[in-house]
Design a binder for this molecule. Structure first.
Ligand SMILES: [Zn+2]
Length: 298
C-alpha cells in the first residue's frame, strides 16, 4: 500500500502539550492565523538601499559603480547573516530560552533529523529513565515513513517540531514559494501523525535566507536555533560531544543533538546514545530542569 494511503495512527494526545500556549489542535492547522511580519532592521535597510540605488542610477547614471558596490556589499551581509545559524539579523531567532524559563532554571534538549527507527527508540528509553522531556525537530518525509515511532515520541511526553519536509541541503537557496511548500508540507504531516501542529521551525543545518521569516510568520512558526551544538553528525567521540555541550552549561541553554544522521563511535554506536547519559548527569548536577521549547514559553 502506498505510504500516503496508510491509515493514520493517532496516539492519544498528551494533555501537557495542549496546555502549552502555542500548541495547536489538528483542526486548526488549516486555519493557522498568520502573525504579523515585522521586517528586521537589516531587511528594512536593504529595501531602502535597493530603492536608493535604483533612483540614483535613474537620476545620475554615472554613479552606477557606487550603487552596484553598495548592493554587492548589502547582499554579502544578507548572505553572511543567513549562513550564521544563531544570527538575528534576518528576524527573531531563539538561541536561548526566554527570561522566565531562565529564572525557573530550565534548559532545552533539542534532537534533530529523526525519527530514526534504530536510534530514536533508544533515545526515548534514555530520556524516560531520567524523566526528561525533549524537543524533536523531525523531518516530515521520515515522519510519514515511521508514523508509529513519531506518534510514540509524542505519547511519551516529548514535542515534535518542524525541521522541513525533505531536509534539502539546498534549502537556503530557494525562494518564498518553495520554502512555504516545504515547511507547510512538514507542518501538515506532523499534525496528521501526532494530532498537534508544530510551533517551532529549525532550518536544515540552520542555513536561511531573507525569504524565510515572512513564510514563518504566515505559518505562525517561531525560528529556533541553539546555544551550543557538538557537530555530532560528524564527530563520533562521545566524550568530546558531551563536553562540548556541557561546557559553560547554564539555565536557558538550548542544546542540539541528532538522532537522525548520528555519527558512529569506533565501535559503531550512534554517538548520541553514549553522549546523552553524560550530558543528562551534568544537567542534573547543575540543578537544571530539561523542558520542551513549547513548555519554556509558558
Ligand atoms: Zn537537520
Amino acid at each position: 500500500m502506498p505510504l500516503e494511503r496508510l491509515p493514520l495512527e493517532r496516539p492519544p494526545l498528551v494533555s501537557g502539550l495542549l496546555d502549552a500556549r502555542c500548541a495547536r489542535a489538528l483542526s486548526t492547522v488549516a486555519m493557522t492565523m498568520p502573525r504579523p511580519w515585522k521586517p528586521a532592521p537589516l531587511i528594512r535597510l536593504s529595501a531602502a538601499l535597493h530603492a536608493a540605488a535604483a533612483a540614483g542610477m535613474l537620476l545620475r547614471p554615472e554613479t552606477w559603480p557606487w550603487a552596484a558596490g553598495a548592493l554587492v556589499a548589502n547582499h554579502g551581509l544578507l548572505t553572511a547573516a543567513g549562513l550564521s545559524p544563531r544570527s538575528r539579523l534576518l528576524g527573531p531567532n531563539w538561541t536561548r530560552l526566554p527570561p522566565p524559563a531562565i529564572a525557573r532554571r530550565e534548559i532545552a534538549l533539542t534532537i534533530d533529523d529523526g525519527p530514526d527507527p534504530e536510534v530514536t527508540p533508544r533515545v526515548l528509553d534514555l530520556l524516560d529513565e531520567r524523566h526528561v522531556r525533549a524537543t524533536f525537530f523531525v523531518i516530515g518525509r521520515l515522519v510519514r515513513r515511521h508514523r508509529a515511532l513519531a506518534g510514540e515520541i509524542v505519547a511519551r511526553g516529548h514535542a515534535l517540531e518542524n525541521h522541513s519536509e525533505h531536509h534539502r541541503k539546498t534549502f537556503s537557496l530557494h525562494g518564498p514559494r518553495w520554502l512555504e511548500r516545504e515547511i507547510r508540507a512538514a507542518q501538515q504531516t506532523i499534525a496528521e501523525v501526532s494530532g498537534v501542529a508544530p510551533c517551532f521551525f529549525r532550518a536544515p543545518a540552520g542555513l536561511r535566507n531573507p525569504f524565510l521569516e515572512p513564510v514563518l510568520a504566515r505559518l505562525d512558526l517561531q525560528l529556533a536555533s541553539w546555544t551550543r551544538r557538538a557537530f555530532d553528525t560528524r564527530n563520533g567521540d562521545a566524550g568530546a560531544v558531551a563536553n562540548a555541550l556541557r561546557k559553560d552549561l547554564s539555565a536557558g541553554d538550548i542544546l542540539l543533538l541528532h538522532d537522525g544522521n548520528a555519527a558512529r563511535s569506533p565501535h559503531g554506536t550512534p554517538v548520541i546514545l553514549a553522549a546523552l547519559p553524560r550530558l543528562l548527569d551534568s544537567i542534573k548536577e547543575a540543578g537544571l530542569t530539561p523542558v520542551t521549547l513549547d513548555t519554556a514559553r509558558r
